[in-house]
Design a protein around this ligand. Structure first.
Ligand code: SF4
Length: 380
C-alpha cells in the first residue's frame, strides 16, 4: 500500500524492540500497520461507505438503524478490499450520506432519551435533563495530552480525559475527574467542548506525535455522540482507541464496533453483588462481558483487557476473569494491574475488606495462574 503510506506522515512509533515479540506483532498486526500508515483507520473507511437513508424518514430512528445495518455489509466489504489492497479508498467518491453520518445521527437521537450506557436514564440531555452522569449535550474535558505511561504498544498516546463517569466506584483512583468534577463551575465552563472543538483537540495531539487517540475519563461513554461528530470532520489516519469500563448499551456498542481500531476495556469484577457494592451498577458481568465479546467477534479484535487486582479478590474475581478471557477472547492481552490503592471512600468502615494495597503474594498467584492457562500478559 505504497500510495497510502505516502499520503500520511509516518508517525513516531513505540520502541521498535517491543515488536520483536512474536505474540505481540501477530495479535496487533492491523493496529501496528495503521500506526505506520500501511493500513487505514476504520473510521476513515466508514466515511467512504455510502448509506442510503431515505430523506423522508430520516428522523425515524428505526429506519436509521435499518439503514445503518445495511451499510455495515458494504463497510465490511470495503474494509476487506482495502486491507487486501484490492481497492484504493481515496479513489472512492465521498458519499452524500456515509455510514459514519448515520451513526452520528443515531447517537444524536439516543441522547434525547439517553441510553448511551446501560444505566438507560431515558432523559433528554438536549433539553437540559440530566441523568446519572450529570452531563448535558456538550462534553467536559479534564485534560488532553500525550500519555507515555500507557501500555508499551500504545505510547505516545493522544489521551483525552473526559470528566464524569457512569460508575460510582467507591475506590475510584480518579475520583476528582469521575465523581467530583462538577464542583467548580468556572472550570466547567472553560472545559466544556462540542464536537468541533473535540476534532481540534485530536488534531493537536496528532501534530504532537500521538500514535492513537485514546478516549478515556472518567469514562468516554456519555460522549459517544460528540466523538462520532468530531470524526466527521477529522481526516487523519489515526487509530481510534476505546478505553472504558464498557458499561455501554448495546446500541452504543453497535455504533462504535465498526469504527474503533483498538479496545482497552476494564474487566473488574466477576460477582455482580460485589460490583453493585463497589460501583453501584446492576448486571455488571453480563453487560461488560457481552460488550467485550462483541468487540472481539464483530470488531477489530485487537485489545488489551485491564484487570485491576483487588485485595481479598483474587479467587473471587481475578481467577474467574482470567478463565473467561482464555475461553471467550483468547487472543486478547491482559494487563494484570497491581496499582490498586485504598482511595476515596474506602477508608469507611463498610469497606475494610478492600482497605489495603494488594500483596506481592496475591499478585504472584494471579500472574502464575495466567501463565498456567496461557494468558498473554507479559507483553503489556
Ligand atoms: S450516558 Fe448513561 S448515565 Fe449518562 S444520561 Fe445517558 S444513560 Fe444516563
Amino acid at each position: 500500500m505504497t500510495k497510502v503510506r505516502n499520503m500520511f506522515r509516518i508517525l513516531r512509533m513505540p520502541s521498535e524492540s517491543i515488536w520483536k515479540d512474536p505474540v505481540l506483532s501477530e495479535r496487533l498486526t492491523r493496529y501496528r500497520a495503521i500506526c505506520k500508515g500501511k493500513k487505514i483507520a476504520r473510521y476513515l473507511i466508514a466515511k467512504k461507505t455510502p448509506a442510503y437513508l431515505n430523506e423522508n424518514v430520516q428522523d425515524n430512528v428505526k429506519e436509521m438503524w435499518k439503514t445503518h445495518n445495511e451499510a455495515r455489509n458494504e463497510f465490511n466489504k470495503i474494509l476487506n478490499e482495502v486491507d487486501k489492497e484490492k481497492l484504493n479508498l481515496f479513489e472512492l467518491k465521498t458519499p452524500e450520506i456515509s455510514f459514519l453520518d448515520v451513526k452520528a445521527r443515531i447517537a444524536n437521537k439516543i441522547i434525547e432519551k439517553c441510553h448511551l450506557c446501560e444505566r438507560r436514564c431515558q432523559v433528554n440531555r438536549r433539553a437540559g435533563e440530566k441523568g446519572i452522569c450529570r452531563l448535558g449535550v456538550n462534553s467536559i474535558i479534564s485534560s488532553a495530552f500525550l500519555h507515555v505511561g500507557e501500555e508499551p504498544p500504545l505510547v505516545p498516546s493522544g489521551t483525552i480525559f473526559f470528566a464524569s463517569c457512569v460508575f460510582k466506584c467507591v475506590f475510584c483512583q480518579n475520583h476528582d475527574i469521575s465523581q467530583s468534577w462538577d464542583k467548580n463551575v468556572t472550570h466547567l465552563q472553560e472545559d466544556e467542548v462540542d464536537s468541533s472543538q473535540l476534532a481540534r483537540i485530536q488534531k493537536k495531539l496528532i501534530s504532537e506525535g500521538a500514535i492513537n487517540i485514546n478516549w478515556v475519563g472518567g469514562d468516554p461513554i456519555p460522549n459517544v455522540h460528540n466523538i462520532l461528530h468530531s470524526l466527521q470532520t477529522l481526516e487523519d489516519n489515526i487509530v481510534q482507541l476505546w478505553n472504558s469500563n464498557m458499561y455501554l448499551s448495546h446500541e452504543s456498542m453497535n455504533l462504535l464496533v465498526d469504527i474503533i481500531d483498538f479496545w482497552l476495556p476494564d474487566l473488574k469484577f466477576r460477582e455482580n453483588s460485589f460490583a453493585k457494592r463497589m460501583s453501584g451498577v446492576e448486571n455488571y458481568w453480563e453487560i461488560v462481558t457481552r460488550n467485550i465479546r462483541f468487540a472481539y467477534i464483530e470488531g477489530s479484535r485487537e485489545m488489551i483487557i485491564r484487570h485491576l487486582c483487588m485485595p481479598n479478590r483474587i479467587e473471587k474475581d481475578t481467577i474467574p476473569i482470567l478463565d473467561w478471557v482464555k475461553k471467550e477472547v483468547p487472543k486478547a492481552f491482559v494487563n494484570i494491574m497491581a496499582q490498586y490503592r485504598p482511595e476515596y471512600r474506602v477508608h469507611r468502615n463498610e469497606y475494610q475488606d478492600i482497605n489495603r494495597r494488594i500483596t506481592s503474594s496475591e499478585m504472584q498467584i494471579a500472574r502464575q495462574y495466567a501463565d498456567n492457562i496461557g494468558i498473554a500478559w507479559r507483553q503489556v
